[in-house]
Write a protein of this length. Structure first.
Length: 343
């Protein structure tokens, strides 16, 4: 039985249980063995695939629990893994220290996740300072070179200056977002203040229209002032600006419609755009840092911005997701939804 690791930590699993003297295996969410140590393989073979029933809590957390013997299978110690599978250790006759083994694995897995998260952050910073920042600086340097020592028409010089300024502004914003993500990941939640959605969205619209400058942008705001209240951190309003900027960046002639729906305990703020849309298989990756959907033009920066939007929303106890503007046809644009607890 040559089985791959299902929980993303195969090396850790091998180190911890390859030499264990009791049966160990990983069960998938559909109760199939996807990995086992030598004793686990032997036990499954001897017992015709008979396995103890798991008791997953269904919340994605790593929880340890014990299952008593049922006459057919021995007592077991189980650990829910973050990917939906379950680590199972059988306390067969003569086995000892099973629970301690699983607890040690639980601690080691948590530490490995901390290290993996740190490595992910380092990769983001490396990408920013070795790829994104140099790209913007190279473009600015190129425009300056074209203006230097050439007798260019005034309108062309103005065009180069305006483009260079936009590149600098984009670079500064990218750096600011990176700094903000780092602060959000490490800082405790700050004091929340009452926020009127209509007022906050109006300010975000003004900021985006100002930064878009020559690009034609139509934003239809159906959110009235003074009606929808939420309690959020002051910096949360950046989320609305990020979503609007994303809609502007991915459409030649952007049209964005904003509305609010009553979601029970939440106000669901909906930003519908007319961009190129997001395929279903890309939606789950959209809020991961530096994930870029437009591979042809290499538009960058939106990945880290949307990551910041998700972090900010999560900190308020809210949710953010994306839907198709026309259900079933992702090419007709997207709807970004931000759900915030009502004040």
């Amino acid at each position: 039985m040559n089985m791959p690791a299902s929980d993303g930590s195969g090396d850790l699993w091998t180190r911890a249980f390859a030499e264990a003297k009791f049966p160990v295996f990983v069960l998938s969410s559909v109760h199939q063995v996807v990995r086992a140590n030598r004793e686990g393989e032997a036990w499954v073979s001897r017992n015709g695939g008979l396995l103890p029933q798991t008791e997953r809590k269904g919340d994605g957390s790593q929880k340890l629990y014990e299952v008593p013997p049922d006459g057919k299978t021995p007592a077991a110690v189980m650990l829910d893994l973050s990917d939906g599978s379950t680590l199972v250790c059988l306390a067969t006759e003569g086995s000892c220290g099973v629970k301690d083994y699983v607890r040690l694995y639980q601690v080691a897995a948590a530490q490995e996740e901390v290290i993996r998260s740190r490595d992910d952050r380092l990769e983001v910073y490396h990408e920013l300072f070795t790829h994104d920042a140099p790209n913007y600086l190279t473009a600015i340097y190129g425009y300056l070179q074209m203006m230097q020592g050439q007798d260019l028409p005034r309108e062309k010089i103005q065009k180069y200056v305006d483009t260079s300024i936009r590149q600098v502004e984009t670079l500064n914003h990218l750096i600011d977002n990176t700094r903000n993500i780092r602060q959000m990941e490490t800082a405790p939640r700050s004091m929340v203040i009452p926020m009127d959605l209509g007022t906050a969205i109006g300010k975000a619209i003004t900021a985006v229209q100002t930064s878009a400058k020559a690009k034609p942008v139509e934003i239809r705001n159906d959110v009235p002032m003074g009606v929808h209240k939420v309690m959020v951190e002051e910096q949360f309003t950046e989320t609305f600006r990020i979503i609007l900027n994303n809609g502007v960046a991915y459409s030649e002639r952007p049209v964005i419609s904003i509305s609010v729906q009553d979601g029970g305990q939440y106000w669901n703020v909906r930003f519908m755009d007319n961009g190129r849309g997001i395929p279903d298989d890309k939606k789950e990756f959209l809020f991961l840092r530096f994930h870029c959907l437009n591979k042809e033009k290499k538009i960058r920066g939106s990945g880290i911005s949307l990551s910041l939007a998700k972090i900010l929303t999560d900190r308020q106890g809210g949710r953010i997701w994306v839907e198709d503007a026309v259900p079933g046809d992702h090419t007709k644009g997207s709807v970004f939804v931000v759900a915030l607890p009502k004040a």
